[in-house]
Ligand binder design. Sequence first.
Ligand code: AMP
Length: 580
Amino acid sequence: MLFSELANTFDRLERTGGRLEMTAILADFFRGADPSGLRDSVYLSQGRLHPEYFPQELGMADKLVLRSISMAAAKPYDEVEREWVRAGDPGTVAESLIKGGGQTTLFSEPLTLGRVMSGLGEIEMAEGKDSQDRKMKKLFLLLRDAGPAESKYLCRIVTGRMRVGAGAMTVLEALAEAFSSKEARADVERAYNITCDMGLVAETIASGGIEAVRAMRVSVGSPIKVMLAERLPSVGQIVERMGGRCAMEYKYDGIRVQAHIGREVKLYSRRLEDLTPNFPDVAEELRRACLAKEAIVEGECVAVDGSGAMLPFQTVTHRRKKHGMDKAVEDYPVRMFMFDMLYRDGEDLTVRPLPERRAALEGAFGPSDKVGLTSMEIVEDAAAGERFFSTALAARCEGVMAKSLKPESVYRAGSRGFLWIKYKKDYEEALSDTFDLAVVGAFYGMGKRAGKYGALLMAAYDHEAGRYCTVCKLGTGFDDSFLDGLPSMMEGHASREKPHDVDAQMEPDAWFVPAVVLEVTAAEISLSPIHTAASSSLGGGGLGLRFPRFTGRVRDDKGPEQCTTAAEILEMYEERGGGA
Ligand code: AMP
């Protein structure tokens, strides 16, 4: 397959706003594409060379890319740099300066998808002495044979700017439409949620149809999208919603870990990062204590003191650092509290109801003082639930998780629903809950904060539309050291224009591609003429947060797609009788 076929499709997607139209364009492309290129096309549509849980080290600095463009376009570097200062994105510069496409020199070869993948792969692997130079030359060799659209996307991919507006959900919907029917979307989504590998799903549906997709199962080594909880404002409402009977577990304040136990053990975060280097002690103990040959379990890693008592979340964050891990492992002991089992020795347990999964978990581990099960009680009325909640707080947990015990209580990978309902201490206070929001913009400060960012534009995620919608301008709760560190924290996420997937009416001084997630509290949710969250459901204005305040917690365990959703905010707004 020629890379130009894919680049032209990206171009069409980028010029389209509507989700339906994007799905149709993609479905058309998938139907006509050479099946052997389908997997890579799907990865590239998300700016990736591999499935999303595979760490990608492609990030080339803009100036290095400008050097490749300068060589490919045969233009002086200064001229290329001037264009870049104006446009802000090497992709746009490449598109306007590189006129080639086709064999322009004796040495040129057609730019096939296969060549692009291996060229990008070599750029990713280049290490050590002269690696920058080698990356630059590899990119030049691709650009030399590329036309304007191909150049644009090559440069966007290597600089981490690939956002054509078609998110995971749109791609999956298009795959269902192309190879089965719209109705097959739920099965395609489930296959993706249990494998986290959109390319594999594409290949499977293209070769074996929807039946093959339905037959896909979880497997050790390929992470599963985590199941998430809804929230309700009181224990009484939770027990009622659960039909008068449910399991209640402590809600531990730590780091969620999905452990894949085989001959070796791999630990994944809820963002699918590899956490094995951060918790080598937990990995080792899981292998030792696990009675199964192969298993996938989930739990929360919490810092504990010498007596085993739980310590606040801030302590366990020492285990998320990139360096000095040996010392952190020694200084900050942890315990893993397991709450679910998704697979055991050939059996996919995600399709089993919770009581069966819990029984499997209980039977799968021998005694250990480093890994164990969550505290759990079956609750049959609100008073028992309240008592359990108080015990959880006394044990220094942040609240409780109620879980359905009904036959339909399967593990719903990647979804947030009422099979699990969380209830936290904050809900009892006037401020109802915290929101995890993505930074999409910044405003320069005044007075003491002049010259620095003083406030941030924050957005919730609209899961259905795949877009980020603003909910507040956040200027409270920052201390000086946080504000000083902001530019470096946001480095690499700056965008010259409003990012393609952000819905905002406010015009901040700087735009950011959604990447960094902060925890925010607010006094109230109210209708807002300027914010855009849930505006499609409300018809008119959107929802905004009043008196927002940063709690001090950067949610680096969450990706932007895992922020609080616009639908959740709408639900909370309606629960409170429309903001009253
Ligand atoms: P939140 O991050 O507030 O949406 O709450 C959901 C998170 O609570 C999960 O992702 C887990 O990291 C954490 N958690 C703590 N205890 C439990 C538990 N017993 N069951 C499930 N999740 C838990």
